[in-house]
Design a protein around this ligand. Structure first.
Ligand code: MLT
Length: 411
């Protein structure tokens, strides 16, 4: 009989967001009269902006014409998209990249999982706690961990608690680690790292021969000046960091699917035999074998995000979501609920009222207010006692949700 990858049996039963959907569907079925407001998964609600949609349509029309038809594209993405991103999103930050250093993909969730393919299993991995669950679960799936303990920590992973006390910024691991996941602006806490703090991580990685996976999926939501949008704004980062970015939240591509990963040519890791290998070549090899590129119309749509009109339209939508974030944050604060984030990230991280556990608050909020959020403990043990609300809703829903929470939980 064929055997399974038994590492999957170490995982908690369901991935966080489907588990929430399951509970919400059951509730909706039992209470069809309730108008449920969903601020759980960070899924966008605004449609694609007109400039992006036009380019998307044009891309589809190209496929209908024999002289503009496109079959397989480069596995790494079209040069015209990569060059546009370099020129419009990296050069203004003072970051120079070569076209060969960027890989277009179907999203940073997949990339953050797939990148593990090119690293040995005995690397010691450090992740934040709480954290985007994909980082943890994919390390379990690939076989880097032992069992999960009673607190929810997997043997073999180094967890870096991000708490109210440390401002939700992880401290450097005490033991030697080889791979460090950093996500700024952070999902779920909304915390950002200053230039000095990021420099600390780059210096740490260089001193310890570690590689940083820098997830910048939410960089477009930074509103405060001076906060780095890319780890490559920090001197030396090209020698120690891989950066992931996404069009999902920036341009409403959660259903369209497009992201990118930067693997600088200078970045090397040990071959285990005294030599060093460029990670760019390995990732290129991996992608050309296992991936056939993002569809042509999607890449056309992605390039349009960076046209003058496209960017102005996308920025308006981002501003809209960040106004939602302000409404949630200030509304909850006025009700005496302690909350964080929502200034440089579309997530509000709140302390559950009345000392409730994250899941108890989830159930009560659903039951009493018909509002859905994400239990903090779903992001890791240090998220217990916290709760995440997403700012990606429609305005009327966001206002209504805040009103309901204030009435239900305000002091
Ligand atoms: C989230 O809610 O954390 C995100 O939407 C999940 C994702 O981007 O995969």
């Amino acid at each position: 009989m064929a055997r399974i990858n038994a590492n999957y049996l170490k995982l908690k039963a369901g991935y966080l967001f489907p588990e929430i959907s399951r509970r919400v569907s059951a509730f909706a079925k039992a209470h069809p009269e309730r108008q449920i407001i969903r601020l759980g998964i960070g899924d966008v609600t605004k449609p694609l902006v007109p400039a992006v949609l036009d380019a998307f349509h044009q891309g589809v029309d190209d496929l209908a014409s024999s002289d503009r038809f496109h079959g397989y594209g480069p596995e790494q993405g079209y040069d015209w998209l990569i060059q546009t991103i370099i020129d419009k999103a990296y050069k203004p930050l003072g970051v120079e990249l070569d076209v060969s250093e960027m890989f277009i993909s179907d999203g940073s969730k997949c990339d953050s999982a797939n990148i593990l393919d090119i690293f040995a299993l005995d690397n010691v991995v450090a992740i934040g706690d709480p954290v985007y669950p994909v980082y943890n679960d994919t390390n379990v799936m690939i076989g880097r961990t032992g069992a999960c303990d009673a607190r929810g920590y997997y043997e073999g992973i180094v967890y870096m608690p991000c708490t109210e006390e440390n401002g939700f910024l992880p401290a450097f691991p005490e033991q030697k680690v080889d791979i460090i996941y950093l996500c700024f602006p952070n999902n779920p806490t909304g915390a950002v790292a200053t230039r000095e703090q990021l420099k600390g991580w780059v210096d740490y990685a260089l001193a310890n021969d570690a590689v940083i996976f820098f997830d910048a999926a939410y960089e477009a939501f930074i509103t405060e000046p001076g906060i780095p949008h890319s780890i490559y704004e920090i001197e030396g980062a090209k020698r120690c960091a891989i950066e992931l970015r996404s069009f999902s939240k920036t341009a409403g591509f959660t259903g369209v699917r497009c992201g990118l990963t930067v693997v600088p040519q200078e970045l090397k890791a040990s071959d285990g035999q005294g030599g060093q290998v460029a990670l760019n070549a390995l990732w290129n090899r991996r992608q050309s074998t296992k991936f056939n590129g993002v569809s042509y119309p999607v890449q056309r749509a992605a390039a349009a995000v960076y046209s003058a009109t496209g960017w102005a339209q996308v920025q308006q939508v981002i501003d809209f979501y960040m106004e939602n974030a302000r409404i949630i944050r200030e509304g909850l604060q006025a009700a005496g609920i302690r909350c964080y984030g929502g200034v440089n990230a579309p997530y509000i991280w709140l302390k559950t009222p009345a000392g409730l556990s994250s899941w108890d608050f989830f159930d009560r909020l659903l039951d009493q207010c018909s509002v859905v959020g994400t239990p903090g403990s779903g992001f890791g043990p240090s998220g217990e006692g916290y709760f995440r609300l997403s700012a990606f809703g429609e305005r009327a829903n966001v206002e209504q949700a805040v009103e309901r929470i204030r009435n239900g939980w305000g002091q």
